[in-house]
Ligand binder design. Structure first.
Ligand code: AMP
Length: 352
């Protein structure tokens, strides 16, 4: 989707992906190889002006090597912070931004102490390489915490309080090389088993104070790192107060609706930012629902038979829990909510 957004701007593209025939190869040359293979990186970088990434488990060391040949945006420093849930939360703390209560857990003694501090229920998470609900367990008893520690505890862990949120939101924003900052309206997200299922944009019932608070959180983080590109902050809304759950220094699944719903999509704005071009408007007209297609895909002819449904398939093979595509529909018109419900029902019925 980034590549599709970049082509009309006259930008030539090359992608690095360990899997042959990655979906991006449809819009540009693909180098197949490991992210951390110096020979591969050398070939990948030849002649490139700017390198960006849209997957936060790419190694910072590989990006350091790439940075010797081309500009790398967003900054590697924000990627490194976002790769470690502990440094991410410590960074929020240093900026005076609220998060769930958290404690570092490396040993069983740490776990006892953390349970004493945080209490139950809580969430035990791996600090690194967790995404889409992987590497984490909700624990409601000490026995469950001990069992989760035995399962997850080889690397460093973090114990977080289980936040009794009213809803999950995300704020997607973009910052340019000159420090210009623009945000999209807050998005409301629902997850199942830790995987994003649906997003509604703009999120319903948002007063201007909440939008301003979310933008202020995002801007403080973006400014701290001299961020360039799209930055997504996942938030818990707890009685009208925002707590940060996670940062993603990249375009985000909860912003996919912006392809149809915003004057400039998150993808185009990311490309504009990292290429040093002027940012586009983040204005949204109407209300949009995005449903993810996870693990399995309803027949395209069924989805496209629904008036107003916009289908995006990523060309990936079916696998349980894998994001294979999404459908976007405008919902502020007569019949819109019923259409969104029909699409979400179909997506659910085929999900694995
Ligand atoms: P994460 O991988 O940290 O984004 O977590 C995936 C999902 O798990 C989140 O979107 C929430 O639905 C849920 N979750 C994660 N951490 C917490 C927490 N501390 N309290 C409540 N729910 C959480």
């Amino acid at each position: 989707m980034l590549g599709i957004a970049a082509l009309p701007l006259g930008i030539e593209l090359r992608f690095l992906d360990p899997a042959p025939n990655g979906c991006a190869s449809a819009v540009g040359e693909q180098i197949v190889g490991a992210y951390d293979d110096p020979e591969v990186i050398g070939r990948f970088c030849e002649g490139l002006d700017v390198v960006t990434y849209e997957f936060e488990n790419v190694s910072a060391a590989a990006l350091e090597q790439i940075a010797r040949h081309a500009f790398v945006w967003p900054p590697i420093s924000i990627l490194e912070v976002s790769q470690d849930r502990l440094s991410e939360k410590e960074c929020m703390q240093s900026l005076g931004i609220g998060t769930a209560g958290f404690q570092r857990v490396d040993t069983e003694d740490d776990l006892d102490r953390a349970l004493g501090e945080i209490g139950l229920p809580a969430v035990l998470k791996t600090r690194r390489m967790g995404y889409d609900g992987k590497g984490q367990a909700v624990v409601r008893t000490v026995d469950e915490a001990t069992a989760a520690f035995a399962e997850l505890g080889r690397g460093g862990l973090i114990l977080e309080s289980l936040v009794p949120f009213d809803r999950e939101l995300s704020i997607i924003a973009v910052r340019s090389m000159t420090g210009e900052f623009r945000a999209y309206p807050l998005v409301q997200n629902t997850h199942r088993a830790g995987i994003l299922r649906t997003s509604i944009a703009p999120a319903p019932d948002i007063d201007s104070g909440l939008q301003a608070e979310a933008e202020s959180i995002s801007k403080r983080i973006a400014d701290k790192y001299g961020h360039v590109g799209v930055l997504t902050v996942e938030l818990f809304d707890v009685g009208g107060k925002l707590l940060v759950n996670e940062l993603a220094p990249r375009v985000h699944n909860s912003g996919h609706w912006s392809i149809e719903g915003a004057v400039t999509s998150q993808f185009e704005n990311h490309v504009r930012a990292v290429a040093g071009l002027p940012l586009g408007s983040t204005r949204v007209e109407g209300e949009w629902t995005m449903a993810n297609l996870i693990g399995g895909v309803p027949p395209a002819e069924t989805l496209l038979g629904i008036a107003g449904a916009q289908l995006h398939l990523y060309g990936k093979s079916e696998r349980p829990g894998r994001k294979l595509g999404h459908v976007t529909v405008r919902t502020d018109r007569p019949g819109g909510p019923a259409t969104a419900q029909e699409i979400c029902g179909l997506a659910d019925a085929h999900a694995l």
